[in-house]
Design a protein around this ligand. Sequence first.
Ligand SMILES: *[C@@H]1O[C@H](CO)[C@@H](O)[C@H](O)[C@H]1NC(C)=O
Ligand SMILES: *[C@@H]1O[C@H](CO)[C@@H](O)[C@H](O)[C@H]1NC(C)=O
Ligand SMILES: *[C@@H]1O[C@H](CO)[C@@H](O)[C@H](O)[C@H]1NC(C)=O
Ligand SMILES: *[C@@H]1O[C@H](CO)[C@@H](O)[C@H](O)[C@H]1NC(C)=O
Ligand SMILES: *[C@@H]1O[C@H](CO)[C@@H](O)[C@H](O)[C@H]1NC(C)=O
Ligand SMILES: *[C@@H]1O[C@H](CO)[C@@H](O)[C@H](O)[C@H]1NC(C)=O
Ligand SMILES: *[C@@H]1O[C@H](CO)[C@@H](O)[C@H](O)[C@H]1NC(C)=O
Length: 399
Amino acid sequence: MQDQLVVAILIFCTASSSLWVGHGLSTFDVLHYGAKGNGLIDDSEAFLKAWNAACVVTGNTIPTILVPEGHTFKLQPTNFKGPCKSKNINFQLMGTILAPQKSEWKGDVKKWIVFSMVDGLSLYGSGLIDGQGFEWWNNTKKPIKEFDLSLGSVGLHIPTALRFNSCNDLNMNGVNHINGPGGHINVHECKNVTISGLNITSPGNSPNTDGIDISYSSQVEISNSFIGVGDDCIAIKGGCSHIKIHHIACGPGHGISIRSLKQNDKVEDVHVWNCSINGATNGARIKTWPLEGNGYARKISFEHITFINTTYPIIIDQNYGIKVKDEGGINVSDITYYDLKGTCAKDIAISLNCGTKYCSNITMNQINIISADPAKEATTLCNNVQGNFRNVIPKVTCS
Ligand SMILES: *[C@@H]1O[C@H](CO)[C@@H](O)[C@H](O)[C@H]1NC(C)=O
Ligand SMILES: *[C@@H]1O[C@H](CO)[C@@H](O)[C@H](O)[C@H]1NC(C)=O
Ligand SMILES: *[C@@H]1O[C@H](CO)[C@@H](O)[C@H](O)[C@H]1NC(C)=O
Ligand SMILES: *[C@@H]1O[C@H](CO)[C@@H](O)[C@H](O)[C@H]1NC(C)=O
Ligand SMILES: *[C@@H]1O[C@H](CO)[C@@H](O)[C@H](O)[C@H]1NC(C)=O
Ligand SMILES: *[C@@H]1O[C@H](CO)[C@@H](O)[C@H](O)[C@H]1NC(C)=O
Ligand SMILES: *[C@@H]1O[C@H](CO)[C@@H](O)[C@H](O)[C@H]1NC(C)=O
């Protein structure tokens, strides 16, 4: 009896979606592809079936995968692969997608939900992506310090919750993210990306839970979002250009970072404005490795930013990562800080710690940062910086 009902529903849906196809609409509800949505059973296969059906839709319709409200879908690591036949594809997330616990994890331990080579993807809705990171967090204390020189990165084996690989013309709006095992969102090798209206939340002491990481991507705009996590709110890594970040409330976390750039990493044209950083360990941060190369971080601006009790509101660190003799590092130049104000949690408001002769054209204007503790006076630190400092409180004196 129940089977007949399911068959009837399937026939109805297949018929109705093919009816809609001609009219520019087609919805692929994961429940119609066998997902249970009870938070217990692995629904990955049903999600892939819905995806595969949507991905082959041709014509002028925009296929929409629907993850309906009122259900919790547990997914093992899943890769939604493109390219799809249609120019655009929608993924409407209204319900909850739940990660397996670490102990029940199957397959790839570096990724969880992946979209790869999907152009024109729009992921939106008021739903939730819950990474259930607890078991990962208290087992990851050791690997954090294991820097892998050949990879130029930290050798972590922790899943990123949501990863976009080579997805051009990507749009993401409104989704909630909590408790990522590692980072929450990773945008890698994507061009033309718009992200807005997100709420990303993990405890301030959860390790490696970056909000949004961007690497080898260009024309990325992130706005109007709340990000409170245990690592960087937003991290811009090597190979990025034309990045806009604005109207972000960040904290707790490690701030908005141009991050861990190694020898040949290049980052340029990053503009951050109208953001607030509350109770984070860093605010506006640029950190690079002390190894010589032809990489650079240049044409970066931070404007109209408010700090609330932030440990290092403004920081450039060219000796990040590994402890080696200062080989100079990569060039950091054309960096503008304008209208940044608020309070710092410890005594250093501005820390510019550059390697020998590699920070040039650093401009500050209208900076006013005081200590959150009225009994303390905020100070600054500046090594090897060539720049122009006007109306900066506390005063920056460079050696
Ligand atoms: C690790 O996480 C588990 C699951 O949340 C928890 O029960 C356990 O107490 C944690 N262990 C430590 C050492 O924090
Ligand atoms: C960028 O992507 C959006 C879809 O998110 C699309 O509407 C727009 O045309 C794309 N812009 C360019 C310059 O390709
Ligand atoms: C973001 O989500 C968290 C946890 O779900 C919630 O406590 C918080 O109020 C939300 N913040 C905003 C600004 O929506
Ligand atoms: C950005 O912040 C500045 C200073 O607070 C304000 O004057 C300006 O209107 C803001 N811009 C936008 C687009 O919100
Ligand atoms: C780094 O900057 C120095 C001084 O401005 C310049 O001479 C050098 O060519 C730059 N190196 C690279 C790789 O851009
Ligand atoms: C310094 O950087 C600013 C901002 O990127 C740029 O407009 C200006 O041309 C640079 N000055 C020099 C001398 O390169
Ligand atoms: C600032 O943050 C520190 C923790 O970093 C906390 O101990 C202190 O109470 C906070 N101060 C204010 C004024 O909020």
